[in-house]
Design a protein around this ligand. Structure first.
Ligand code: NDP
Length: 245
């Protein structure tokens, strides 16, 4: 069992599939108390049943809406009296070259990947300041380090997540609040499903089929950061499949 995880209250956005769901599984195995949000409530209900959690452990919450993220964090406080870790994980990856002018998707990815993280910060920070303890884990990407043709808007959102997280770290350290950026490469989840540009979707799905690593790789990193002694802040973990560029 990983140290310093048992009984921690952990809120996860985007917990209905992929990295969020797998991290919830590993946290529960290690004795954490999780509160899980996403838009697909049926998927959250199935996960709660799998993990033996009650209805108070899940809430339908769209991260693009600050009030819904606040309700998710408030639920953790109502159920457990505190929040130890806020994992701002929800995200979409509608990759497409800029010249396709998918302006509606640009707005969506900014609302979810950037504003969603800010909404998570806004919801949890006041509680963590009062507690004088807490931990933000914000999910960026290798694309938060590397822009390439076809991933520009997604990469911009993931660069923004890293900038927000580093600024947050510097501002909240006096309150004994830790900030970790997790920046994975290709991991086998439903994420390529958010690509609507047909050619890009085909190429990305092919790439993932060949190269992606399991979601457990991400959960291990999340638990490693959470499980550190309270005076150790893992600032960023950048990792990817060994064969990824
Ligand atoms: P999935 O598509 O499997 O999961 C994405 C999760 O985000 C789902 O639970 C989805 O739930 C949720 N989500 C999407 N939009 C919203 C929204 N508006 N409000 C609330 N929840 C939302 O992909 P991953 O698990 O891979 O993605 C998790 C994070 O990891 C993302 O931020 C992604 O960018 C990042 N990442 C993933 C990589 C990968 O290769 N898999 C690589 C690098 C980073 P629902 O639809 O039910 O709302």
């Amino acid at each position: 069992m990983t140290e310093n995880i048992k009984d921690k209250v952990v809120v996860i956005t985007g917990a209905s599939s992929g990295l969020g769901a797998e991290t919830a599984r590993q946290l529960v195995k290690n004795g954490a108390r999780v509160v899980l949000g996403a838009r697909r409530v049926d998927r959250l209900e199935a996960l709660a049943e799998e993990l033996g959690l009650g209805k108070d452990a899940i809430l339908g919450a769209d991260v693009a809406d600050a009030a819904q993220v606040q309700a998710l964090v408030d639920k953790a406080i109502a159920s457990h009296g505190r929040i130890d870790v806020m994992i701002n994980n929800a995200g979409v990856m509608p990759l497409a070259p800029l010249e396709l002018l998918q302006i509606k998707e640009w707005h969506q990815v900014i609302d979810i990947n950037i504003k969603g993280v800010l909404h998570g910060v806004a919801a949890a920070l006041p509680y963590m300041k009062t507690q004088k303890s807490g931990h933000f884990i914000n999910v960026s990407s290798v694309a938060g380090h590397k822009v390439r043709p076809g991933n520009v808007v997604y990469a911009a959102t993931k660069h923004a997540v890293r900038a927000i997280s580093e600024g947050l770290r510097q501002e909240v350290k006096p309150y004994n609040i830790r900030t970790t950026i997790l920046s994975p490469g290709a991991i086998d989840t439903e994420l390529p499903g958010s690509i609507t540009a047909t050619e890009v979707a085909k190429a990305t799905q092919g790439y993932y089929a060949q190269n992606a690593i399991p979601a457990s790789s991400f959960a291990r990193c999340a638990l490693f950061a959470i499980g550190q002694p309270d005076d150790v802040d893992i600032n960023e973990i950048l990792f990817r499949p060994t064969r990824q560029e």
